[in-house]
Design a protein around this ligand. Structure first.
Ligand SMILES: [Zn+2]
Ligand SMILES: [Zn+2]
Length: 287
């Protein structure tokens, strides 16, 4: 079980049939003690920071799960003992019970509860109390691919609970939760950022340093940029899950800031601008 690097499939958020999973590794209480049954799937919640989700990360996680009991090799029987025929059902594995109701007597065939349907009784293994499995913790190294988001699920094959009596193991489902970044927002493979630009820079144009997942990057604000304009920083977004060498964009929404107060000098200059822009006739009539 050493190499897990490629052992998972990816489940996107649209795969939603998993919600009711609840806690980790419920025993399920499924019927037979002794027939081979598949192990239960296990769930694990993994919290990633914003950049880990964007670029992928290798994480070591510790899970607690049921493994095949080494003492009895999963049989549930105490080593060295021989199973004997179940007295309750005489080895049939089923019992017939009759219930008297106002409508008559009903006969019901049920699985024998003494032997769990196997027809045999064995001395239970002292290590696992006859279950054939024991709870153990295990460290698993997990390769989270680039581009996951909150709600993504990774499936690690065969790392759930061991099966019973030689049944196959369940899978481990890792549910991803991504912590938000204070300024960058995810929109699928794009990253959204709001950028404040002072009105003069919006008019004259400038170059600004803008935070991206690759660090601070220069962004050119063209002269005459309108409020609400979205500037595209190509390929500064999130890698595509299916094609990790392709990336989305960072979309920068420009918020033009108009000053609420002006110094007297600024006011004078702006009034000059205003006069400059007024139609000649209007200007004259004021003087
Ligand atoms: Zn055992
Ligand atoms: Zn029985």
């Amino acid at each position: 079980m050493g190499d897990f690097s490629n052992a998972f499939d990816l489940f996107e958020s649209l795969f939603d049939g998993f919600g009711g999973m609840g806690g980790m590794g419920g025993m399920g209480g499924r019927g037979s003690r002794s027939r081979a049954t598949e192990g239960e799937d296990q769930g694990y919640n993994l919290v990633l920071n914003f950049k880990e989700a964007v670029f992928g990360v290798e994480k070591e996680i510790e899970i607690s799960r049921l493994e095949t009991c080494g003492t009895c090799d999963g049989s549930g029987a105490k080593p060295g003992t021989k199973p004997s025929t179940c007295n309750t059902c005489g080895g049939q594995g089923q019992v017939v019970s009759s219930a008297r109701t106002p409508l008559g007597v009903f006969q019901q065939v049920t699985t024998c509860s003494s032997c769990g349907g196997t027809g045999e009784i064995s001395t239970p293994c002292g290590t696992c109390n006859g279950d054939g499995r024991v709870r153990k913790s295990k460290r698993i190294s997990l390769k989270v691919p680039p581009g996951v988001d909150s709600g993504s699920r990774l499936r690690v094959r065969s790392e759930g609970n061991a099966g019973r009596r030689g049944g196959p193991p369940g899978d481990l489902f890792v549910m991803i939760e991504v912590l938000p970044d204070p300024v960058l927002k995810r929109d699928d493979t794009n990253i959204l950022y709001n950028c404040k630009v002072c009105y003069i820079d919006a008019i004259l144009g400038t170059t600004m340093k803008v935070p991206t997942v690759d660090g601070m990057v220069d962004l050119k604000i063209p002269a005459g940029t309108q409020p609400g304009t979205t500037l595209v920083m190509a390929k500064k977004g999130v890698p595509f899950l299916s094609k990790p060498n392709m990336r989305g964009d960072q979309l920068v929404r420009v918020q033009v800031e108009i000053p609420k107060r002006l110094s007297s000098e600024e006011r004078k200059l702006i009034e000059e601008l205003a006069n400059l822009n007024k139609p000649k006739a209007a200007t004259n009539s004021k003087r």
